[in-house]
Write a protein that binds this ligand. Structure first.
Ligand code: SF4
Ligand code: SF4
Ligand code: SF4
Length: 336
């Protein structure tokens, strides 16, 4: 299906990591994830000894990043359990507690309610066997056995199937397959491709309020395009000479900004009328990099202000002894 659009916001989100095979998950029904526990808490749980294990499937060689939300989820769920049943024993086995910003208050409240936090080392993770969790407490420097009715694994969000959208819009992915913004500080919701914006956990794991703030920013950025009657483009963009174009699609592949598109056109040549494909460059998306002009096998593309003739004449001028040529504010300065 083809959709005409003026601006697009990529908000594909992320999915929960499935910890299959880790800590008996999938084999032992008493081992669940934080997302599953959250659903169970809606109906109430009978377990009295609950042990949570942090950083399951995160901050390791497969996934080096921190899930960011899983410490907060653990503290939130531990607090709910203690508030519903103050005699419940809740243990959180952690590498680092990352309840950043104002969420640190949740951590303090959980400690006040009696949730017990035990630090373990990444090189010596806890073990789960027959309802008992064994952990080496790095503070006490000794092994502790915790009888557990329920073991809860804190897992990170992982990227969804982003490759198709990555190819469609030509927008980059990072090594974890999350979308990569144009600049983390200066253009945090933009892509390098104009008119395409980003928000939410499609970029990295995020809390709900962070995702909402970013969604507002992305919508505002999209409105800066959609509210205009027309878009003023740069002069230095590439144009296609349709008469020369053979519709090979090389420029579509070569362009990093998704600016050229093959379009069906009807050509009348003397007595013959036929339909073929020709490239057209969206001047609003073109950055004038010239990659397509260099790649076009038919010489059909001209990068305006950098045509082959202009570049050739500059080279000739150097050959004849011109030291430099510069163009500033429309004035050409030649040094001989
Ligand atoms: S948020 Fe906490 S549990 Fe999740 S990966 Fe980071 S440190 Fe580990
Ligand atoms: S590379 Fe050149 S010939 Fe091929 S589609 Fe693009 S403009 Fe046409
Ligand atoms: S000049 Fe660069 S940005 Fe413009 S259409 Fe060609 S390859 Fe794309």
């Amino acid at each position: 299906m083809a959709v005409d659009f003026g601006a697009a916001v990529v908000a594909t989100g992320a999915r929960n990591f499935e910890p299959s095979g880790l800590f008996n998950y999938g084999k032992d029904s008493h081992v669940v994830t934080q997302a599953q526990l959250e659903k169970m808490l809606g109906k109430g749980i009978s377990a009295n000894n609950i042990t949570m294990i942090q950083c399951v499937g995160a901050r390791n060689k497969d996934r080096e990043y921190c899930g960011r939300t899983c410490c907060i989820d653990a503290v939130k769920n531990a607090t709910r359990i203690k508030k519903a049943n103050s005699s419940a024993n809740v243990y959180v086995l952690y590498r680092d507690m990352r309840t950043y910003g104002v969420m640190e208050k949740l951590y303090e409240n959980a400690r006040d309610l009696g949730v017990i936090f035990i630090k373990y080392d990444a090189g010596n993770p806890p073990g789960v066997q027959d309802g008992t969790v064994v952990v080496h407490d790095t503070m006490l420097n000794e092994d502790i056995e915790i009888a557990s009715d329920l073991v809860v694994l804190s897992t990170p969000l992982v990227a969804g199937e982003n490759e198709e959208i990555n190819q469609l819009f030509k927008i980059p992915l990072d090594k974890n397959k999350f979308f990569l913004e144009a600049h983390p500080k200066l253009r945090p919701v933009d892509f390098a491709t104009d008119g395409v914006f980003l928000c939410g956990s499609a970029q990295a794991p995020k809390l709900m309020d962070e995702a909402i703030s970013q969604a507002s920013a992305a919508a505002s950025r999209a409105c800066t395009i959609l509210s205009r009657k027309f878009i003023e483009t740069e002069g230095a963009v590439s144009v296609v000479n349709e008469a020369r174009c053979i519709g090979c699609g090389t420029c579509v592949t070569a362009c990093p900004y998704n600016a050229p598109q093959l379009q069906e056109v009807t050509v009348k040549a003397e007595e013959v009328t036929y339909t073929t494909k020709k490239s057209r460059i969206n001047a609003a998306a073109c950055k004038g990099c010239g990659s397509c002009a260099a790649a076009c096998p038919a010489g059909a593309i001209t990068a305006q202000h950098f045509s082959s003739k202009e570049i050739g004449e500059a080279i000739d001028a150097f050959d004849k002894g011109v030291k430099s040529i510069s163009i500033e504010k429309g004035v050409v300065e030649v040094t001989v």
